[in-house]
Design a protein around this ligand. Structure first.
Ligand SMILES: Cc1cc2nc3c(=O)[nH]c(=O)nc-3n(C[C@H](O)[C@H](O)[C@H](O)COP(=O)(O)O)c2cc1C
Length: 204
């Protein structure tokens, strides 16, 4: 059976021109597309949403678009800069909007792989921010991929998404591959007929 293409939502970055986080996410998108995924990209410019408030969250058109995309997602890739050792306010605010998925049949990011990317101007914040993103993915019932990306922007040569650091690209391919494989397996499982009961086993 041919299964449909996985729909992968990629979001994050910073509003800074040439944001390294956003460039990494663009390379993630290229990698996901090369593996047959359909992608939806939300840059930091798209993510300047009101501070999340449960009473009014869906009154904002951009917020509704984001929440609908996350609802539909087969997999997610999120990228945050390390700001003072943690997730930036902008990215955390977006993650808070996942609360709007709490009553879904698949609550929050349940059953979805979450690829996490953290960029900071040093290893310490890159690693602590990656850990924080993974903790949020767990809290949202998602499955952080075994391979995550902690990127030290101070030592990474990153001219543009067209000329990325080859070492980072390898890591991106591993992580994106894990997101897509997880999504594809879940899609196939949802389309597969139930296995027949083995009566012999039931008798024993
Ligand atoms: C408000 C703010 C706080 C930051 N805090 C840290 C930090 O604690 N540790 C660190 O290594 N870099 C810190 N940085 C640097 C960013 O993590 C780094 O420049 C990162 O690459 C930013 O992502 P961008 O290139 O996508 O804008 C900070 C930058 C800003 C603007």
């Amino acid at each position: 059976m041919t299964s449909r293409a996985p729909y992968i939502v990629i979001f994050g970055g910073t509003t800074r021109p040439n944001s390294s986080t956003e460039q990494v996410l663009h390379v993630c998108e290229t990698s996901a597309r090369s593996r047959g995924a359909v992608t939806r990209f939300f840059s930091a410019a798209d993510l300047q949403l009101p501070l999340y408030a449960p009473e009014t969250a869906l009154s904002d058109t951009r917020a509704r678009e984001l929440v609908e995309a996350l609802r539909r997602a087969d997999g997610v890739i999120v990228g945050s800069p390390g700001y003072h050792g943690g997730i930036s306010g902008l990215v955390k605010n977006v993650l808070d909007y996942a609360e709007e998925l709490s009553s879904d049949s698949r609550p929050y990011l349940d059953g979805r792989a979450v690829g996490c990317v953290a960029c900071a101007y040093g290893w310490q914040a890159a690693v602590t921010t990656l850990s924080a993103l993974r903790a949020v993915a767990h809290a949202l019932r998602g499955w952080p991929t075994p391979y995550g990306l902690a990127i030290n922007s101070a030592t990474t040569r990153w001219d543009s998404p067209e000329h990325p650091d080859p070492g980072i690209v390898q890591g991106i391919d591993v992580m994106v591959g894990q997101v897509i494989d997880f999504a594809t397996t879940a899609i196939r499982a949802s389309q597969a007929p139930a296995a027949p009961l083995n009566e012999e086993v039931l008798k024993t």
